[in-house]
Ligand binder design. Structure first.
Ligand code: SF4
Length: 360
């Protein structure tokens, strides 16, 4: 797939009970939209994200109130928690003390050496990794003056600057992101980063937009990067409910065969031969599949013209016929089902296949 294959050659970094990098799967992340000090709302949102398939969650930690809430949040969730610190080393120390699993902070922004050391020593003592977040929109002035405007080389230089600060303190549990809202810039920056260092890369197209346009922009950019064998974790940034970010991330990883426990829905585009209300059936089945954590292929076709053939690749499928549907398992007809109960029957079959997978 790739001439670079940075992904599998990176260092491995532990984040809570997950390992990022090396031969491990690409991890899906998101960020809460609640005020972090509102523990109840934040935990509720994280639970919705967990349910959707989020594997690591980041919360903003802009002030003391947020930092004070972290321990409480951590106790009530099941996935690793990341505190997003801007530059205040005291908040970073509090977050580490509260038991977060990772912090995002750029060491070059912390200030005096003693402060940087305090954060790094605390992180080291607790085995907490640090994500360096390089952002094209907030590059250091020195780098901007050198390059004139945000460039991929400037972004890599910024990343190396922050990495060196940590390495000089013998700290190597590092993950790096190189976010830009310009897709071409992001692709180039990640490619250059992959050649410059072997720390795992967290992917993102920042400020990518709303659910519709942001999904396309993120998928275009991150798809190009993933296809080059780059990226150990990712977040789709959308101006939308963060649960949508998880849905998009899952679909994107699936497209590249990078997800092992995510079902796939194959549905036809419909045409004049259609015999059933395929669009609503496909949407209902897709919604249902969000709850399944098994790599099942489900096919929903509008008619039986190409049914068995097109459904052969699928584990389970349905093809519409007049007022009824033909249920297929691995390309062979199992039985006919009336249109009204078609979706329910399909869900039952999906559950059986999922149970078989979980039992393996
Ligand atoms: Fe048309 Fe049938 Fe193909 Fe769907 S499966 S596109 S309805 S021929």
């Amino acid at each position: 797939m790739s001439e670079i294959t940075h992904r599998s050659k990176t260092r491995k970094v532990r984040v809570g009970d997950l390992t990022i990098g090396g031969s491990n799967e690409v991890i899906i992340q998101s960020m809460t939209t609640t005020k972090t000090h509102d523990v109840e709302a934040t935990v509720a949102e994280i639970h919705r994200l967990e349910e959707a398939g989020c594997q690591i969650v980041r919360v903003a930690c802009p002030d003391e109130r947020a930092a004070d809430a972290l321990a409480d949040i951590k106790k009530q969730i099941n996935i690793p928690l990341v505190a997003d610190i801007h530059f205040d080393y005291k908040l970073a120390l509090k977050a580490i003390e509260a038991g977060v699993d990772k912090i995002r902070i750029n060491p070059g922004n912390i200030g005096r050496k003693e402060k940087v050391e305090a954060v790094v020593n605390a992180a080291k003592a607790k085995g907490v990794p640090i994500r360096i977040g390089v952002n094209a929109g907030s590059l250091e002035r020195k780098i901007l003056e050198k390059y004139g405007y945000p460039t991929a080389d400037g972004m890599v230089e910024s990343a190396l600057h922050h990495i060196k600060i940590l390495e000089d303190l013998d700290f190597h549990d590092i993950i790096v992101s190189m976010k830009a809202s310009d897709v071409n810039l992001a692709i180039e920056a990640y490619e250059k980063a992959a050649k410059a260092f072997d720390y795992p890369l967290h992917l993102g197209i920042t400020e990518s937009g709303t659910l519709f346009s942001g999904t396309i922009k993120s998928s275009a950019g991150l798809g190009a990067i993933l296809s080059k064998g780059i990226g150990n974790t990712l977040r789709i940034s959308l101006s939308a409910d963060p649960v949508e970010e998880i849905k998009v991330a899952r679909e994107l990883l699936k497209s590249f065969g990078l997800a092992s426990n995510i079902p796939t829905l194959i549905s036809c585009p419909t045409c004049g031969r259609i015999e059933i209300d395929l669009i609503s059936i496909a949407n209902e089945v897709e919604e249902y599949l969000q709850t399944i954590k098994a790599p099942i292929k489900v096919s929903v076709l509008g008619c039986a013209v190409n049914g068995p053939g097109e459904a052969r690749e699928a584990d389970i499928g349905i093809a519409g016929a007049r007022g009824e549907g033909l249920l297929f398992r691995h390309g062979k007809t199992v039985r006919k089902v009336p249109e009204e109960t078609m979706v329910e029957e399909l869900k039952k079959e999906i559950n059986i296949l999922a149970e078989e997978y979980y039992a393996k």
